[in-house]
Design a protein around this ligand. Structure first.
Ligand code: HEM
Length: 500
């Protein structure tokens, strides 16, 4: 009996001490006279995200819209973080004074043999060298040379849809994910992805494991790297799915060996990896580094670009006027050029407006994160950001702020017309992030999403089905903007004639 009382007493004392300590820590922003979201002892402001009631993206967006201040303090457990709303402040942090914010706030988990090499997570010094090395692969010039390849993959997409369609019913999430993986595998690794060739493709089933938000364990492990990095590290959580990582590791290692043996050059990511391997080989070289550079582009790319295609088709099924106008534009531009090339796609202005409005309403990665690496005085503000403080920008909040985009829930491509786009405030639209660590896949995404839409829209009429929701529920446990349900069914009806 005595021992039970002792344990209860000790637990209560520990709890009370933690509570008092936490309350003191949670005065960080008050002491600095910075507006802040009222925290709860022990959790800070993180409870809705930790309990999976709200995605991190939605949480930051709520905070963005709950204040008019240029910036606002909040706490993830005990650690102080700052949400930046004002364009001038975020431009300084992300671009002009980038040297103070070279790292991301997400955990760089050196214990994780794969994730420790992810470009997205690498700290400044290592990040800089690798980013410089892979940047040329993503240039407009290089990608222009890949347009016909992307066109072929988009043809495979339509053939795949023809093969699997039953009663006009198509799961857009599935087909656009297969397209996303195959187009990245072909363009950046010179591999002929088989996701659109084989229904039971192992590449497809393995890659989808990376971002399976229907698995609560995966969702908790990945989100924790952003929200409670110290706990994720302590508990040895894995950011990447171990089996899927091993699978891609093998494919990439084989591709590197083949490239070296054949001494061929394709100016893609595999060539960059061959160079790194030849330059850095030796006992200290970590062989996991190369596959992970590749995994970064597979996972960084397929989920977001597939999501963009899915959301765009969903909006077209609901907005028939937009769908008809888009199809008419594509057909008329095709009549002029007789092909779908980078020039003809550039000429499709309405397509560009529709894609941009999709990325505005559904910014696939809804936030940006940085960590202050040396104490920084914000110009023209009474604020010093101390080393270690996490800095976030809510892309979803900016895109859904009625001051930036009136009636933000309405899907209206006209916002991006030549006449209207000048009235979008600077910094209000940034689906690919901003500054030195912005997205590397911007040009590729525009090209591959547009090509998929061109081929689909000129082959099928897209309608809502009895299973299509009027309002799409978004996943509330996830890092990315994704439909809550793992499927999104639409009706695809074959058109009589189509451009080739
Ligand atoms: C709809 C498609 C996509 C969206 C909305 C998107 C969005 C983003 C955003 C918001 C960031 C963070 C930027 C920042 O912090 O400033 C990012 C980073 C990144 N993205 Fe994308 N992305 C997309 C597709 C792709 C593709 C196709 C690839 C590659 C094939 C890619 C590769 C990357 C990489 C490597 C980073 C990390 C950059 C760094 O830390 O230096 N993304 N992306």
């Amino acid at each position: 009996m005595d021992s039970i009382v002792t344990v209860l007493l000790c637990t209560s004392i520990v709890f009370i001490l933690c509570y008092i300590y936490s309350r003191q820590n949670l005065k960080y922003w008050k002491r600095r006279n910075v507006a802040y979201a009222e925290p709860v002892p022990l959790f800070g402001n993180a409870y809705p995200v930790l309990s999976q009631n709200q995605s991190l993206g939605k949480f930051l967006s709520h905070m963005h819209n709950s204040t008019k201040h240029s910036y606002m303090g909040f706490y993830l457990l005990e650690s102080p973080n700052l949400l930046i709303r004002d364009y001038n402040v975020l431009r300084n942090i992300l671009l002009k004074d980038f040297e103070y914010f070279t790292d991301r706030s997400v955990l760089h988990n050196t214990n994780d043999e794969y994730a420790r090499h992810l470009l997205f997570m690498l700290p400044g010094k290592e990040w800089k060298g690798l980013r410089k090395e892979v940047t040329p692969v993503f240039s407009l010039e290089k990608l222009k040379g890949k347009v016909s390849l992307i066109g072929e993959i988009a043809n495979n997409l339509v053939e795949y849809i023809d093969k699997v369609i039953v009663n006009d019913r198509i799961d857009c999430v599935e087909v656009s994910t297969r397209y996303g993986i195959d187009s990245i595998a072909s363009c950046f690794f010179g591999l002929s992805g088989d996701c659109l060739k084989q229904e039971n493709s192992e590449l497809y089933s393995m890659c989808t494991k990376f971002f399976d938000h229907t698995s609560t364990l995966r969702a908790v492990q990945m989100v924790s790297h952003f929200t409670i990095p110290s706990v994720a590290k302590l508990m040895h959580m894995k950011f990447l799915h171990p089996k899927a990582s091993e699978f891609v590791d093998k494919i990439v290692t084989d591709a590197i060996d083949k490239r070296i043996k054949e001494q061929s050059v394709r100016e893609d990511v595999i060539d960059v990896l061959v160079n790194i391997q030849q330059r850095e080989q030796g006992d200290a070289f970590d062989h996991k580094k190369l596959p992970v550079v590749a995994i970064q582009f597979v996972i960084g790319g397929y989920q977001a670009s597939a999501g963009a295609v899915t959301f765009l088709l969903y909006e077209l099924s609901k907005n028939q006027f937009i769908q008809t106008r888009l199809r008419e534009e594509i057909i008329s531009v095709h009549e002029k050029y007789q092909e779908f090339s980078s020039e003809s796609i550039k000429d499709m202005q309405y397509l560009d407006m529709v894609v941009k409005e999709t990325l505005r309403k559904y910014p696939l990665l809804p936030f940006m994160d940085r960590r202050c690496v040396k104490s920084y005085k914000v110009p023209d503000e009474n604020l010093i950001i101390e080393k270690g403080v996490g800095v976030f920008v809510s892309i979803y909040g900016l895109h859904h702020d009625p001051n930036n985009f009136p009636d933000p829930e309405n899907f209206d491509p006209e916002r991006f017309s030549i006449e209207n786009k000048a009235s979008i405030p600077p910094g209000a639209f940034m689906p690919f992030g901003y500054g030195m660590r912005n997205c590397m896949g911007t040009t590729f995404t525009y090209l591959s999403v547009k090509m998929a839409v061109i081929k689909i829209i000129t082959t099928y009429q897209i309608d809502k089905s009895s299973e299509t929701p009027d309002t799409l529920q978004l996943a509330d446990n996830w890092l990315f903007i994704a439909p809550k349900s793992p499927n999104l069914f639409l009706n695809f009806k074959k058109l009589i004639s189509r451009p080739t």
